[in-house]
Write a protein that binds this ligand. Structure first.
Ligand SMILES: Cc1cc2nc3c(=O)[nH]c(=O)nc-3n(C[C@H](O)[C@H](O)[C@H](O)COP(=O)(O)O)c2cc1C
Length: 250
């Protein structure tokens, strides 16, 4: 790749600008009141729209929820789901979901899982087909994740704190909310994106170091966790890294 010094400089600048947005994307679960301009919703979904996807299927749809009553219903439903999980003994550290009801920006993300059929599958119901379908589902989920991440980065670039909510529970919530949001039965509500000015400043959470997530040519076994170590991580570290400021996680 031949390049002048000027090009190189621009590339570094562009990378730094991108990293600035990536680093500034931080989860926050409580927002200050704010009227999100319609243009901002469009800028956010515009970013989501450009995401890559398996077979370029773009199996997503973004519903901007502006009705405060719908936001409140969604928040109540998700709060109820958390008590259910607590009763089931999942022991997952539960965030406070009250902030959803007053999130200035709330977008429901809908996935079309039928596009699994558009990926390399046999579609003959065989055991081999099932195995290919498993891979196809992963392709679809990665596609949605790529698009939602672009939306979150766009919101971060616009100066908003963001919140990625997948804790929507089982089928019941689909049955309850699809009619409220006019979502056809064939589609699935996959997650919810909340954003707005943070009520309290966002903080940077702990991230693994580069050498903990990267290696050349072969998986670095120094980063492999045995099942016991993983269970220990869940027991002792998970809650710390979910909620603590990175400067407070040692
Ligand atoms: C796929 C995915 C699912 C998530 N689901 C939830 C969720 O249901 N509820 C929640 O409060 N946070 C959820 N989060 C936010 C994570 O807890 C958060 O990203 C993580 O703690 C790291 O913090 P950071 O976003 O500030 O880097 C989710 C994030 C991702 C990427």
């Amino acid at each position: 790749m031949a390049s002048t010094n000027d090009d190189r400089f621009n590339r570094v600048e562009r990378y730094n600008a991108l990293m600035d947005v990536i680093r500034s994307r931080m989860t926050n679960r409580a927002f200050a009141p704010y009227d999100v301009p319609k243009e901002h919703y469009e800028l956010i979904v515009e970013a989501a729209r450009h995401a890559p996807s398996g077979a370029n299927s773009q199996p997503w749809h973004y519903i901007v929820v502006t009705d405060p009553r719908v936001k409140e219903r969604l928040a109540d439903r998700i709060i109820a789901e958390q008590s259910r999980r607590a009763k089931l003994g999942m022991k997952f550290p539960t965030p406070n979901y009250k902030g959803m009801a007053t999130a200035p920006g709330l977008i429901v993300i809908v996935a079309d899982f039928r596009f699994v059929r558009a990926f390399p599958v046999l579609n003959d119901g065989s055991e081999l087909d099932q195995r290919y379908k498993q891979n196809a589902e992963r392709i679809l989920l990665q596609s949605i994740g790529a698009s939602v991440m672009s939306a979150h980065l766009a919101a971060a670039a616009l100066g908003y704190a963001v919140w990625w909510v997948t804790a929507i529970g089982q089928e019941e919530i689909q049955v309850e909310f699809k009619p409220a949001l006019g979502v056809p039965d064939e589609l699935a509500i996959i997650d919810i994106m909340c954003f707005g000015p943070p009520l309290n400043p966002s903080y940077k959470r702990w991230k693994k170091r580069l050498d903990q997530v990267m290696s050349y040519d072969r998986f670095n076994m120094a980063n492999f966790l045995t099942d016991e170590q993983l269970d220990q991580w869940i027991k002792e570290e998970r809650a710390r890294v979910m909620y603590r400021d990175e400067s407070k996680v040692d």
